[in-house]
Design a protein around this ligand. Structure first.
Ligand SMILES: Nc1nc2c(c(=O)[nH]1)N[C@H]1C(S)=C(S)[C@@H](COP(=O)(O)O)O[C@H]1N2
Ligand SMILES: [Mo]
Length: 261
């Protein structure tokens, strides 16, 4: 049996609760979120997870269980027909902020001539795509708010192909659980199928009416106003449909997987 660590080494109650609140924070209703997080106690964390919280790894385990639980709750209350707010042109944030796990000078410079988008997994048509073929599909655009967990948000204008149109075109199994993304900079993430099919989920090819600039994800990014910033992959190279949980760059480091905003 594991022996408890000396009391001094144990994670303290305040930091466990702080972490638990962080894990639970990406939740939908603002009001219920505040009320729930305010009343969250150590006993509550232990009860949600069935862990006694007297070892670091138990705390980790508890938090990851809460996060998985939170994914289910968010998936369950996600409404495919509820639209995220849209804004007018005059409300655009200028300049739109850049963010990545590296500085802007390191953003990958992708050459359009050599670029193809790979499509794999549970799809009927695995043929790679050229950018021109995506530009030839019906285009739509939207002005929505991007919210980053690092504490900033910005209103931006993205245009491109409705992702549900793309999934239909490649004959995706829309009964599958996940759509995963691999990016040119090594970033990766994955989303739930209901969000993939949401009408505001765009395979974005433009920013503010221009070809998507390098720093915002050329040649394409997935733009979802219903999800936090880290769920929106830039520089997409490969898209796959799967029933095996693909995780993500930040998600594998403890960020909540569903990541609703
Ligand atoms: N390929 C890739 N996509 C990414 C990231 C990244 O580092 N690499 N960072 C994510 C995070 S945390 C944010 S907030 C947004 C930032 O997008 P922006 O540069 O258009 O503001 O991209 C997301 N998608
Ligand atoms: Mo972010």
């Amino acid at each position: 049996m594991l022996r408890s660590k000396p009391v001094a080494d144990r994670p303290d109650a305040a930091s466990i609760l702080k972490e638990a609140r962080k894990v639970l924070a990406p939740h939908i209703g603002q009001t219920s979120r505040r009320a729930f997080l305010r009343t969250l106690t150590l006993g509550g964390v232990a009860m949600l997870s069935g862990c006694s919280l007297d070892e670091d790894d138990q705390v980790e385990h508890a938090l990851s269980m809460i996060s998985r639980f939170n994914d289910h709750v968010q998936g369950w209350i996600f409404d495919r027909n509820a639209l995220a707010p849209t804004y007018s042109q005059s409300m655009l944030t200028r300049p739109f902020p850049f963010n990545a796990f590296y500085g802007v000078e390191k953003a990958p410079a992708i050459d359009e001539a050599g670029y193809t988008l790979e499509v794999s997994g549970l799809v009927a048509d695995k043929r790679p795509w050229r950018l021109g073929e995506l530009r030839a599909m019906a285009q739509t655009d939207q002005i929505t708010r991007h919210i980053c967990v690092e504490g900033w948000s910005a209103i931006g204008h993205w245009g491109g192909v409705r992702f549900s149109d793309f999934l239909m075109r490649v004959g995706a199994d829309t009964g599958a659980k996940y759509v995963g993304f691999k990016c040119a900079d090594g970033y990766y993430t994955s989303i739930d199928m209901p969000t993939a099919l949401h009408s505001q989920t765009l395979l974005a090819l433009t920013y503010d009416g221009q070809v998507l600039p390098r720093e915002y994800g050329f040649p394409m990014k997935l733009r979802m106003p219903t999800k936090l910033g880290y769920k929106n992959p830039k520089h997409i190279q490969a898209i796959f449909v799967t029933n095996s949980y693909p995780g993500g760059y930040w998600e594998d480091q403890g960020y909540n997987w569903f990541g609703g905003s």
